[in-house]
Ligand binder design. Structure first.
Ligand code: PGA
Length: 260
């Protein structure tokens, strides 16, 4: 794991955007795995800026989002489909047909999840999986005790996760109980992973993910099993890391030949 600690979310997101831009330069037809939430917003803003500056071309890019609420139509203002188009896709030259999100209204959810996995495989797999993390360590909607081998499936959200989203839904009783989410096994098959976390509320989850034991109680800790993971955090999210000084030194003294 490479742990990149920056002072602010904006600075960490600029590093993350450079990583995405590097992947797109190396492979213009790259397949990106994408998260929703507050965390990726400064990254998406920076990628839109790079795109406008001619430094990030999405014309041949394919995307697969991590998750979607069960029961929400794409046009629902709180659906992840809506979030992605509003905050990211509509500002890019991405092709609508190359964008994939789980369908929150799928009639046969197991069959839909199976098809989602097949679509990822048919595109040659995910080149770069971008991830946020929940305060409880969840990645995508893989809540604590999710199987570390899990595939795309329906998950029941924890009370904590539902509470975290209550404000945006205008009340806890409006927050869905279920989501379709890529599994941890699905995420671990991506060629590279990029985990973002900002703010003190994420510090414990990040410490567990990076330095704790691999455990389904902190699903993000499964990333320790992946060969290419970069973790971009701000100072507040890094404050539980015991070896922060070492990670800082490693990043600042990176040999020139090593890719970002
Ligand atoms: P957040 O959510 O980016 O809104 O904090 C992250 C997550 O729950 O995965």
């Amino acid at each position: 794991m490479e742990i990149i600690i920056q002072t602010t979310p904006e600075a960490a997101s600029k590093v993350a955007a450079r990583i995405v831009a590097r992947v797109l330069r190396e492979k213009p037809e790259a397949v990106l795995g994408l998260p929703t939430g507050n965390t990726p917003l400064p990254l998406y803003r920076e990628l839109i800026r790079l795109h406008r500056a001619g430094q990030a071309d999405f014309r041949r890019v394919t995307t697969f989002n991590l998750d979607e609420y069960v029961g929400l139509a794409p046009e629902h203002p709180r659906s992840f489909y809506h979030f992605m188009w509003e905050n990211f896709f509509r500002h890019l030259n991405i092709k609508r047909g190359k964008v994939h999100l789980p369908d929150g209204l799928a009639k046969d959810i197991p069959a839909h999840c199976d098809r989602y996995e097949k679509e990822i495989r048919a595109m040659g797999g995910i080149d770069l999986q971008i991830l946020g993390i929940g305060a409880d360590g969840h990645i995508a909607f893989n809540e604590p005790t999710s199987s570390l081998a899990s595939r795309t499936r329906i998950k029941t959200l924890t009370p904590e996760t539902r509470r975290d989203h209550a404000r945006e839904f205008g009340g806890l009783n409006r927050v869905p109980h279920h989501a379709i989410t890529m599994g941890i096994g699905t995420i671990l098959e991506a060629r590279e992973c990029l985990l973002l976390a900002f703010g003190g509320r994420k510090a414990r989850a990040i410490a567990g993910a990076v330095e704790g034991p691999v455990s389904s109680m902190n699903p993000a800790s499964a990333l320790q099993l992946h060969p290419v993971v970069r973790v971009c955090v701000d100072r507040a999210a890094a404050k539980g890391l015991k070896r922060a000084a070492y990670y800082r030194w490693v990043y600042e003294n990176k040999p020139g030949w090593q890719v970002e």
